[in-house]
Design a protein around this ligand. Structure first.
Ligand SMILES: [Zn+2]
Length: 361
């Protein structure tokens, strides 16, 4: 019963949020255009997990995980609980953030309430007491990019509680045809940026040019230097530090100054095990954002930052199957018998020096 009450509570809360959103848009979107972004399931409120909100969010009719329109955005469990109810047709969306503390009273007496009482209490709390933010904005990419100054004022005013970039980029990903596995990486990263896309491109490159050869094979990634791309590796390769599939190295300024010309745009070392020889083989790859800028004409150091990144996200969608445009092999290598990739990630070992990627005086 306790579990059922918990479920009813959080489920009703999300339904209430969806209903508020529907009212603010006059009516809900065509179900084919309904999209929900939320950190429900990640946010933990006063020691209560919030996953029943995911079912309640489906009150935004049409949104579903199987259609990639009910998307769970990674957050810290200490984060506020939020929802973004979006109409992909019009571009209108409602951002809704639950007030911390607003639920304490009810949560503490959940045991004493019936399911019906829980539902009616949640329905009766004035919206202003339940939500810190309940705001309507149009976030269609084309619209924002046509008037970046206008949207930038809203970014500065933090209309979505500081999550403007995350929400704008993720909300536009689905209608622009971003593949679900790239969306999945962006959800883990908590926003959709060209950095995550660069990780996706690196994986597409590996699949083409350095594929695994048996189902039991796996990659080991030694990321140098880490950036947004790494969250795509963790998500799509399931190569995590916890499963000994991932390590990283932050080059020092001295390293950066000494990198050989061909290694200046290094992204990492990707290892696969050659079962036949019992050896680890590796490929050092580069990723060139300079090339992306050159081909797209989009410079992320210009403008507000969010606008050029959003533009680049969309531009890159046409190049996901052409990773060779931006990625190149720096070096191919084999480790010695008995050596493993983690040997290059031990304290005191500089993998750049070991692989002779630094200039010697
Ligand atoms: Zn990023």
């Amino acid at each position: 019963m306790a579990a059922e009450k918990e479920y009813t509570f959080w489920n009703s809360l999300a339904e209430r949020a969806a209903m508020e959103a529907r009212t603010m848009l006059t009516r809900g979107p065509d179900p084919r255009n309904a999209l929900v972004l939320t950190n429900a399931g990640y946010a933990v409120i006063e020691s209560h997990t919030t996953e029943p909100c995911l079912d309640g969010s489906r009150r935004w009719k049409g949104a579903s995980p199987g259609k990639a329109t009910l998307l769970e955005v990674h957050s810290a469990r200490s984060s506020a609980l939020w929802f973004f109810f979006y109409d992909m047709g019009s571009g209108d969306g409602i951002y809704c953030e639950v007030k911390s503390g607003a639920l304490s009273g009810m949560l503490s007496k959940l045991d004493t309430l019936s399911l019906k009482q829980i539902r009616s209490l949640i329905g009766a709390i004035p919206a202003g007491e339940l939500f810190t933010t309940l705001v309507r904005e149009n976030v269609k990419a084309e619209k924002l990019l046509a008037n970046p100054d206008g949207w930038n004022q809203k970014v500065q005013a933090k209309v979505f509680g500081g999550r403007e970039f995350a929400i704008v980029t993720l909300a536009n990903a689905v209608p622009h045809g971003t593949p679900y596995d790239l969306i999945k990486s962006a959800l883990f990263h908590d926003h959709y940026c060209p950095g995550v896309t660069s990780g996706y491109l690196l994986l597409n490159y590996l699949e083409k040019h350095f594929p695994l050869r048996s189902p039991s094979d796996k990659y080991f990634v030694l990321s140098i230097p880490p950036w947004c791309k790494d969250d795509a590796f963790l998500t799509l390769l399931n190569a995590t530090p916890g499963k000994s599939g991932y390590a990283l190295y932050y080059p020092t300024n001295d390293d950066k100054a000494k990198l050989k010309e061909e290694a200046k745009e290094i992204a990492g070392i990707f290892f696969r095990r050659n079962a036949e020889k019992g050896l680890w083989e590796g490929m050092v790859l580069s990723f060139s954002f300079a090339k992306v800028t050159q081909l797209s004409g989009i410079d992320t150091s210009k403008g507000y930052g969010w606008d050029s990144r959003l533009k680049m996200d969309l531009w890159l969608l046409d190049y996901l199957d052409r990773p060779e445009l931006f990625i190149g092999p720096i070096l191919e290598l084999s480790l010695k018998p008995g050596e493993s990739p983690s040997d290059l990630a031990r304290p005191g070992v500089n993998p750049l020096e070991r692989l002779q990627l630094l200039k010697t005086p």
